[in-house]
Design a protein around this ligand. Structure first.
Ligand code: ADP
Ligand code: MG
Length: 700
């Protein structure tokens, strides 16, 4: 039995060039796109409502002064009388009657329609029922949206009507009719990919059965089950792509296989002024274990601000150096890179490890010297910015690449650092906690280590949300802290006044210097300053020569000044929760009690969003909430399912289902890492789809 498989839209029945254009607006460009443009909802047109009940319902809403003015109803009735009135637009009215009662049905703008209706004819109608008061009398009207004449002996066959994501030019009804006209041909485009064992485990039918139930469900339950079946398959494809990538990396070799001397961790800890936290020990162990294997490490180290990632990075560098290979650490800004160099050098000194810095702003001669030491192998850790990955920087034997704040680099930049050697171990670091849903998808090809414990002795940062009108209070608080010898950051969302709605750092600096803190040392720090100026300003702040740094988000990541105890964020409503959490992490890095003050307009809704920051300092909790809020924003007003190209499932919302699909995908790959078994052959088709390739972003 062979059904022809249409390859282009015009090969479908009822599709001409004009409709191809209209489909394109919905991102439907091929028969397959159309086949998988699943309904976003269904109308239940299975059982007509008795007219008496429609009337009763509408009157009850009217009498109860319900907010809901009309309700959508369907009825099957006999036409008792028809009239056409010529108002500004044509109005056709018909009195309809079924066994239970009578209702007036109206059609607007359908000139000539009355001629097609005859008293005594039977009709199916769908419309909005609403109570109206006309000339003092209450009456219920049905404003008809769809109708269908029925033959005298024809009984109404009810169904669930699919609602497709549509446009004004291409309404759902037309999409549905194209799908109906080509049902068999479209169905033939749906492959069956899931291995029989996986299907059996979940009691799933074939994907084609699910496909039929999505477009033509007999019951809402059937539609729901089919939706879950289809989403599972989509998630399975994503998880499978990630699992295969990981398997491929695990099987590949070429990375330096290191030996961990028995006493190395003790020796490392002995050289520190404090004890490692349990989390640091665990994570160092995970990383060192990866580095003993020939498969290149590809690990993401997540740790909230202040959790001690630098130390973990140092431990990895120590192991690499012990095994005779070089390390490189790349950070997104010079401030961060130089801070890393400054913090790492003393940690590595006891192990005789030489650290060199390489920045774009270094003088030619200085840069040349650093490059030579890196090329000769004399330098065992090179710390730098993008300057590390430019051509001309050659490593004698790079074995470990560490990328700080990995999300600030592009795929190409991360790859460029790794390409300085054949197969170095790679450690990505981030202070931005990644919600587990994203970690499982976007970063699914990475192994994860989490520093989920802060070093002891920290007092949690106290956070307050203040209205704009109370800003003077915030500044008075800053003054009090400065008088005790502490320092403060004030952060504004814009540099200058090019964005009128935002507080600008330059304008606020003037206010601070002239009116608020004329006697204090206030300086500017923003992203458009030359990097030498920026570093100089930051260095003065680090040395305590500045009391208040009026900054933009350049102080966002990693900057570490233990004496800074107050962070004031202006226009806090302009930032995401995760970013505010990052900014807050700039204080509370010493033993002193620290404070974060979020200033936002005198407007309640916005403040509520910020409240979570006052309630918790758990970065993961904040990241989850941030993601949830952003998702809500994204989906507000847009349909989630249907349409070509988009994803059917929502991994955040359906996380449990995703994890089930992932467990099965992992099991398939564990048993058959190259998908060579016949029952897995069809799975390759899943990998070609756009969605599965979207899942993995870090590698390539
Ligand atoms: P991160 O990079 O994760 O934000 P850092 O590595 O900069 O954190 O560490 C923050 C501060 O905590 C540093 O001053 C560091 O010396 C200190 N620190 C790190 N680990 C410990 C520990 N186990 N005990 C006490 N202090 C620690
Ligand atoms: Mg850090």
């Amino acid at each position: 039995m062979s059904v022809p498989r249409p390859a282009t839209l015009p090969q479908l029945r009822g599709v001409g060039p004009e409709m191809v254009r209209k489909f394109a607006a919905l991102d439907i460009r091929s028969p397959r796109d159309l086949a998988t443009a699943y309904p976003r909802d269904y109308k239940d047109w299975r059982t007509p409502t008795p007219i008496a009940e429609i009337v009763r319902g509408a009157l009850a809403r009217y009498n109860d002064r319900s907010e809901v003015e009309s309700s959508e109803e369907i009825a099957v009735a006999t036409i008792v009388a028809v009239r056409e009135r010529r108002a500004r637009i044509a109005i056709v009215e018909a009195d309809l009657q079924d066994g239970s009662g009578t209702i007036k049905a109206t059609w607007f703008g359908r000139r000539g329609l009355a001629g097609k209706f005859a008293a005594g004819g039977r009709i199916f109608v769908h419309g909005r029922a609403q109570t109206r008061r006309t000339r003092g009398a209450l009456g219920v009207e049905l404003n008809v949206l769809h109708h269908k004449m029925l033959a005298a002996d024809e009984s109404y066959v009810g169904k669930l009507v699919p609602i497709y994501s549509a446009t004004k030019e291409l309404p759902s009804r037309i999409i549905s009719s194209v799908i109906e006209k080509n049902f068999g041909a479209l169905e033939a485009l749906i492959p069956d990919t899931l291995p029989p064992a996986v299907r059996a485990k979940h009691g799933f039918g074939t994907m084609r059965e699910a496909w039929r139930d999505l477009h033509r469900p007999a019951t809402p339950e059937a539609a729901l089950a089919a939706h879950e079946r289809a989403v599972f398959e989509e998630f399975f494809g994503i998880a499978l792509g990630a699992a295969l990538k990981r398997a491929e990396r695990a099987a590949s070799g070429g990375a330096p296989e290191m030996r961990v001397p028995a006493d190395l961790l003790e020796a490392f800890e002995a050289a520190l002024p404090f004890r490692l936290t349990a989390a640091q020990r665990r994570v160092i162990d995970e990383i060192w274990h990866d580095m003993t294997r020939p498969a290149p490490m590809n690990r993401l180290l997540q740790g909230d601000v202040g959790s001690g990632k630098t130390l973990v990075a140092a431990a990895a560098v120590v192991l690499a150096a012990r095994n005779g290979v070089q390390s490189a650490l790349m950070a997104p800004t010079e401030i961060l890179a130089s801070q890393h160099a400054r913090k790492l050098a003393p940690l590595l000194l006891p192990f005789g490890i030489r650290v060199d810095a390489l920045f774009g702003s270094m003088g030619l001669r200085e840069r040349e010297r650093a490059r030579n030491r890196i090329a000769s192998g004399e330098c065992e850790l090179a710390v730098g910015t993008h300057a590390l990955i430019v051509e001309g920087v050659e490593f004698a034997n790079l074995g470990l690449a560490i990328i700080d704040e990995q999300h600030r680099f592009g795929v190409a930049q991360r790859a460029a650092l790794r390409s300085k050697s054949t197969a170095p171990h790679t450690l990505h670091m981030t202070a931005t906690p990644i919600p587990r849903t994203l970690a499982q998808t976007r970063y699914a090809d990475l192994d994860m280590s989490v520093l989920d414990e802060l070093p002891p002795g920290r007092t949690p940062i106290e956070t307050f949300v203040l209205r704009e009108s109370r800003k003077p209070g915030a500044y008075a608080f800053v003054r009090k802290n400065v008088e005790r010898g502490r320092q403060a950051y004030v952060v504004a969302p814009a540099i200058d006044e090019s964005e009128a709605a935002l507080t600008s750092a330059i304008a606020e600096l003037e206010v601070l210097q002239r009116d608020v803190f004329p006697d204090l040392r206030v300086e500017l720090l923003h992203g458009r300053m030359a990097s030498r100026e920026k570093d100089a300003a930051m260095t003065r702040f680090v040395r305590g020569e500045i009391d208040v740094s009026m900054a933009t988000t350049v102080v966002e990541v990693g900057v570490d000044v233990p004496n800074a105890t107050v962070m004031v964020v202006l226009d806090a409503h302009r930032y995401g929760l995760a970013q505010l959490h990052q900014l807050r992490g700039r204080v509370g890095r010493g033993a002193e009690r620290s404070y974060c003050i979020l200033v936002s307009p005198d407007d309640r809704g916005v403040v509520e969003r910020l409240d979570i920051l006052a309630k918790t300092t758990d970065g993961f909790e904040i990241a989850e909430e941030d993601l949830r809020l952003r998702r809500e924003g994204e989906f507000a007003g847009t349909a989630q399912a249907g349409g070509g190209g988009g994803m059917l499932g929502n991994i955040v919302g359906d996380f449990a289902l995703y994890m089930r699909a992932k467990a099965d995908a992992d099991a398939v790959v564990a048993a058959d890492p190259r998908l060579q078994r016949p029952e897995h052959a069809a799975l390759r088709g899943l990998l070609d789809t756009e969605t599965s390739s979207r899942a993995v972003m870090l590698s390539s």
